[in-house]
Design a protein around this ligand. Structure first.
Ligand SMILES: [Zn+2]
Ligand SMILES: [Zn+2]
Length: 300
């Protein structure tokens, strides 16, 4: 009895170990799949931006990656962009976007700057809004814009004017074929008031922001890490063992403070290589071989 009890205990422990190991493998695989999805999302958004004529600056890439991160959070949603000359672009028009909550998809303009970034954040905001009701349209628009303003890395006058225009399309009645459509009702007064507060100069001044240089530097390091798969400075004189590499100089990955030294080192190395007799002999042999081959081709 004792023996069999011990065996079953041991096998249980063994099974638990195996389960834990399997869980670890699965967690790693999930993490890798998630990272690959995010990389693809960043790539798609950057491609759409370039297609739309935007210069892919570090600031723009930072805004794009930030938005992809927000969209990838639980529950994840897919971001799609209307590229020029497509039916999607025709359907949306020049400034519109749409949030398809049940399908977990956002279709919007390519992210080419702070304003279009704010537009995409607004659509993400609709899907993150748990209190959304169809009966109070203006309230849900205000909530989504509040989300956009809160999560934007850059909030400038272009963001403000897009928000003012977009809210206006829900509040100011429009005419279609001579018939009045949409527009706020008197029962929407409280929500319209909130829209006014959101679009006011005070709110703008309290929320306008730009990307800090330090944040941009940290982002540059993140881009570098992702694209090169290396973490730390390899410069021989680096005193900071935790310095993250941001550039590649002469085959070595170096941190920001080592970069100028590494460039000088590389310059000296190159000059030394040029004046080295063995190197000169090797170079001459290459040239001689090249001349010989050319002469042979001329004869043929
Ligand atoms: Zn909206
Ligand atoms: Zn360094």
């Amino acid at each position: 009895m004792f023996e069999s009890g011990e065996v079953s205990l041991r096998s249980e422990r063994h099974n638990a170990d195996r389960r834990a190991a399997a869980d670890r493998v699965k967690a790693t695989r999930d993490r890798e799949a998630d990272a690959a999805r995010r990389r693809q999302g960043c790539h798609d958004a950057e491609l759409a931006a370039v297609d739309a004529g935007a210069a892919l600056t570090l600031e723009l890439r930072m805004q794009i990656w930030h938005i992809v991160d927000l969209a990838a959070a639980d529950p994840p949603m897919e971001l799609r962009y209307a590229s020029r000359g497509t039916w999607t672009a025709e359907l949306l028009g020049a400034r519109n976007g749409v949030s398809l909550g049940r399908q977990h998809i956002v279709v919007d303009q390519p992210i080419t700057g702070p304003a279009s970034a704010a537009g995409v954040l607004h659509e993400i905001g609709h899907q993150r809004d748990k209190t959304r009701t169809t009966s109070r349209l203006i309230e849900s628009e205000v909530t989504a814009w509040r989300y956009a303003m809160k999560h934007a890395l850059v909030w400038d006058v272009n963001c403000l004017s897009l928000m003012r225009w977009a809210l206006g399309t829900y509040i100011v009645p429009a005419k279609l074929k001579g018939k009045k459509i949409g527009g706020a009702q008197i029962r929407d007064a409280a929500d319209v008031y909130n829209a006014d507060v959101l679009c006011s100069e005070d709110t703008f001044n309290n929320n306008k922001r730009a990307i800090e240089p330090a944040a941009l530097e940290a982002f540059e390091a993140r881009v570098f890490r992702q694209e090169h798969g290396r973490h730390f400075c390899e410069h021989r004189m680096c005193r900071d063992s935790s310095a993250v590499a941001v550039a590649r100089v002469g085959g070595a990955f170096v941190c920001r403070s080592c970069k100028p030294h590494a460039i000088v080192d590389e310059h000296i190395r190159r000059r030394a290589r040029l004046s080295d007799p063995a190197q000169i002999a090797a170079d001459n042999a290459v040239f001689a071989e090249y001349k010989r081959q050319r002469a042979q081709r001329g004869r043929a």
